[in-house]
Design a protein around this ligand. Structure first.
Ligand SMILES: NC(=O)c1ccc[n+]([C@@H]2O[C@H](COP(=O)([O-])OP(=O)(O)OC[C@H]3O[C@@H](n4cnc5c(N)ncnc54)[C@H](O)[C@@H]3O)[C@@H](O)[C@H]2O)c1
Length: 260
């Protein structure tokens, strides 16, 4: 196999969700030792994961504990996947400041904290690999184009895109061999979209979740939403030395959604 992550240590946040679990499996299949982190921790590890952490990505103290443990066990981290995220479908006029901050704290602060807290471990890993260490954050097509009733999420995913670009430039200016990129999926068949479609029903935008699902599927040129493994494959590519010249980029995995 050309795309090998043998001898790599990878940390995936939001690992119990659809894309997170698929990413753990994809990275492990390529040979990585996968550390899976989520709110509810290590009870049932995603397939392929070697170790679990209980981690709320918004909590700096919890990050410190995870980083201390990885430092003690391995001394470095080759791959960080900032995957944890939430999407609350709300009318803009109804979004409370608490709700707005909830979305930004997980989707943006979580990426900020994860990248900053693990940076010493990523820098320690960098000389071990041709392509250096690799950070991959989950943005979205909602970081490219707007979506109604989804303003807080769109703002957060746009922030992830530009944070990625700013850090790519800064890491290179500072001579760090740490590549940083984001992936931007279209609709992916996970628990997140099930919740979203139900919210559209609750808001009276569509008559049923099935109608919302079908409308969403048809808005992708391929006529369907992605399976989590199709997004995980993109994450695995960015994590590997095969992507050694990708830095500050966004990998659109959207079935042609933004091609129009
Ligand atoms: N599903 C989609 O259509 C889609 C599209 C584009 C981008 N994304 C992004 O992909 C990522 C994963 O989404 P998914 O579809 O797998 O969602 P999901 O709801 O299946 O999984 C999200 C996971 O994040 C975890 N999480 C939530 N808050 C957390 C916190 N504070 N700390 C740690 N973990 C936390 C949840 O427990 C859950 O396991 C998200 O960032 C999402 O925004 C999803």
């Amino acid at each position: 196999m050309i795309l090998s992550l043998d001898n790599c240590i990878a940390l995936v946040t939001g690992a119990n969700g659809g894309i997170g679990a698929a990413t753990c499996t994809a990275l492990a299949e390529a040979g990585a030792t996968v550390l899976a982190a989520d709110l509810s921790g290590a009870d049932s590890l995603p397939a392929g994961a070697h170790h679990g952490y209980t981690l709320d990505v918004t909590d700096p103290d919890q990050w410190d504990r995870v980083v201390a443990d990885i430092t003690q066990r391995f001394g470095h981290l080759d791959i960080l996947v900032n995957n944890a995220g939430v999407d609350r479908i709300e009318r803009f006029e109804d979004i409370t400041l608490d709700s707005w901050r909830h979305t930004q704290s997980i989707n943006v602060d979580g990426v900020f904290l994860g990248t900053q807290k693990t940076l010493p471990l990523l820098k320690a890993a960098a000389p071990r690999r041709r392509g250096g260490a690799s950070v991959i954050s989950l943005s979205s097509i909602a970081g490219f184009v707007g979506a109604d009733f989804n303003s807080a999420y769109c703002a957060s995913k746009g922030a992830v895109r530009l944070l990625t670009k700013a850090l790519a430039l800064e890491f290179s200016s500072l001579g760090y061999s740490v590549r940083i990129n984001c992936v931007c999926p279209g609709g992916v068949d996970t628990g997140m979209v099930d919740d979203i479609f139900q919210r559209y029903v609750d808001l009276g935008v569509v008559e049923s979740a099935q109608v919302a699902y079908d409308l969403s599927a048809r808005s992708h040129a391929l006529g369907r939403m992605a399976q989590p493994a199709e997004i995980a494959a993109g994450v695995r590519f960015l994590a590997s030395d095969e992507a050694s010249y990708m830095h500050g980029a966004e990998l659109l995995l959207d079935g042609g959604y933004t091609a129009r």
